[in-house]
Design a protein around this ligand. Structure first.
Ligand SMILES: NC(=O)c1ccc[n+]([C@@H]2O[C@H](COP(=O)([O-])OP(=O)(O)OC[C@H]3O[C@@H](n4cnc5c(N)ncnc54)[C@H](OP(=O)(O)O)[C@@H]3O)[C@@H](O)[C@H]2O)c1
Length: 165
């Protein structure tokens, strides 16, 4: 499984159940990377999407004790989530948030696509700081890009200590 996320310079990812920034090139990267794949999320992330609807053209797996929907796969516990993920080829599965799910599942990811925005988004919720997390190392970083006066770069981190589901 791979994680995909956009973080600010403090590893912040969201506030008021929304994203910190709107960067079209990053949205395009997210869409292209996850299209026709399996996306795994918590219920707050599902609720943050337009109309609270799952992402089109992807298999959506949502961890929640409260959500009831028949247009996505809802699992009720971490154990149920892990066994559901195991039904798929792990290279096809993307952990897409939010903070709670990233915190719980990051150790099971072998790679993370981190879009790093060089600004402080005054976040309320955060991604684990992979620069300080044992086993993780950055293996690639794009040149710096600019969108709407925001500087950002696409990076990839690798986990040398991936846990089995
Ligand atoms: N920057 C990015 O790339 C990015 C990506 C995704 C999300 N985000 C942001 O992250 C924020 C949302 O993150 P979040 O931490 O609040 O929410 P979240 O991780 O999306 O969802 C948390 C919810 O998942 C369910 N859950 C979590 N662990 C569970 C467990 N062990 N068993 C059963 N259910 C469990 C619970 O839902 P129930 O209460 O329904 O049981 C819990 O309230 C938003 O601001 C969003 O915009 C940012």
């Amino acid at each position: 499984m791979k994680a995909i996320v956009a973080v600010d310079e403090k590893w912040g990812i969201g506030k008021n159940n929304d994203l910190l920034f709107s960067i079209p090139e990053d949205m395009k990267f997210f869409r292209q990377t996850t299209l026709n794949k399996v996306v795994v999320m918590g219920s707050n992330t599902l609720k943050s999407f337009p109309n609270g609807a799952p992402l089109k053209n992807r298999i959506n797996i949502v961890l929640s004790t409260t959500v009831n929907r028949d247009d996505c796969i809802v699992v009720r516990s971490l154990e149920e989530l892990k066994s559901k993920i195991k039904e798929y080829d792990k290279s096809q599965v993307f952990l897409i948030g939010g903070a709670k799910l990233y915190g719980t599942m990051i150790d099971y990811c072998d790679e993370a696509y981190i879009t790093k925005v060089k600004a402080d988004g005054n976040a309320q919720v955060f991604f684990p700081n992979l620069d300080q997390k044992e086993g993780w190392e950055m293996v690639s970083e794009s040149e710096e890009k600019i969108s709407n006066e925001l500087k950002f770069a696409f990076t990839t981190y690798k986990n040398n200590n991936t846990k089995n589901l």
